[in-house]
Design a protein. Structure first.
Length: 158
């Protein structure tokens, strides 16, 4: 870590977010891709070896996901994928995707960043188990995959 990174704010104003995303090179996405792979592997393992299809009532420990939300937060904050904007006014838009995460893959990186912001901010304000719930119902996995996809597409265009 150099001094520049230490003084970099974690949250980027929404107006600067598209430029920031253009600067994220494919190699910088490895920590994010690692979390995607870990989630996919743990879900696959729980389905195949434990026969669990609905993870909502399954403890993190059983799924092997203990500590994943800490790594997730650390990764998205270090990559600065959480734009700063009036997220509470946009909460309803984000929540529309909770029930149909397949639509996430059609969104641009700014919209995906907004959804990530709403998700993380909702965790602290509304219910402490919110992020865990969204990890278990695979929404976070779909969101991260859509973000990686959008960033890779974004980078191949520029």
């Amino acid at each position: 870590m150099n001094m520049i990174q230490e003084t970099t704010p974690l949250f980027i104003p929404i107006s600067s977010f598209p430029d920031h995303c253009r600067q994220l090179a494919g190699g910088n996405l490895k920590p994010l891709v690692d979390i995607v792979h870990e989630l996919e592997f743990k879900f696959y393992k729980a389905e195949k070896t434990l026969g669990i299809l609905n993870f909502s009532d399954t403890p993190y420990e059983v799924l092997g996901l203990k500590g994943i939300h800490v790594r997730l937060l650390d990764t998205v904050l270090k990559l600065r994928l959480v734009p700063l904007f009036d997220w509470q006014s946009w909460k309803h838009e984000a929540e529309q995707f909770y029930h149909d995460p397949s639509k996430l893959y059609l969104l641009d990186i700014v919209t995906l960043g907004k959804i990530l912001t709403v998700l993380l901010r909702s965790q602290g304000i509304y219910e402490p188990g919110f992020l865990e719930e969204k990890i278990k119902d695979r929404f976070v996995l779909n969101l991260l995959k859509a973000i990686v996809h959008a960033l890779q597409k974004h980078n191949s265009v520029s």
